[in-house]
Design a binder for this molecule. Structure first.
Ligand SMILES: [Zn+2]
Length: 159
């Protein structure tokens, strides 16, 4: 059976995007059959982690680096970089829709307890790679690879 994990959505004040618009996009990514094998449910009151849409400057202050989204597993917070949400990332080779898929799933993977991996030449790049920076000589990809799905199943979906 699939584990159920609940998340809350927050948009930082001053960002011009409606709550519903961001909620809809996140939901369509996390409930896609190609995404993590977890039953993700949005719940604004009872939740396991928070997905924040944050200003780039806020992320620099909180996570201490520039230009990326980040995830704090101890505080159970994901900070999606609004600049990237709008502009994507050239090195990732994704169009904006696929970049958003990558970004959400990458940060959620951290909340599930996993770290980074490296791109493998000639193969589809994993979600756990920091694709915003570079996908090396791998092929672009915005969905979890079979081995990543297996890791999640082993950790979260036993019995
Ligand atoms: Zn990461």
């Amino acid at each position: 059976m699939r584990a159920t994990i609940k998340y809350r959505i927050q948009i930082e004040e001053g960002i011009k995007r409606t709550q519903k618009n961001f909620e809809d996009e996140v939901r369509s990514i996390l409930t896609d059959k190609r995404s993590w094998p977890i039953n993700f449910i949005q719940d604004q009151d009872n939740y396991d982690f928070v997905i924040n849409l944050s200003k780039a400057k806020t992320i620099t202050n909180i996570c201490n680096f520039k230009g990326l989204s980040c995830s704090d597993s101890l505080k159970k917070q994901i900070y999606i970089n609004n600049y990237r949400w709008i502009n994507g990332s050239k090195p990732s080779k994704h169009n904006i829709k696929d970049y958003r898929r990558y970004a959400i799933q990458h940060e959620v993977f951290h909340q599930l307890g996993f770290g980074h991996s490296q791109p493998v030449k000639g193969e589809k790049v994993a979600i756990s790679v920091q694709q915003t920076i570079s996908i090396g000589e791998a092929k672009k990809n915005c969905w979890p690879l079979p081995w990543e799905i297996e890791w999640v199943n082993k950790k979260w979906n036993q019995n």
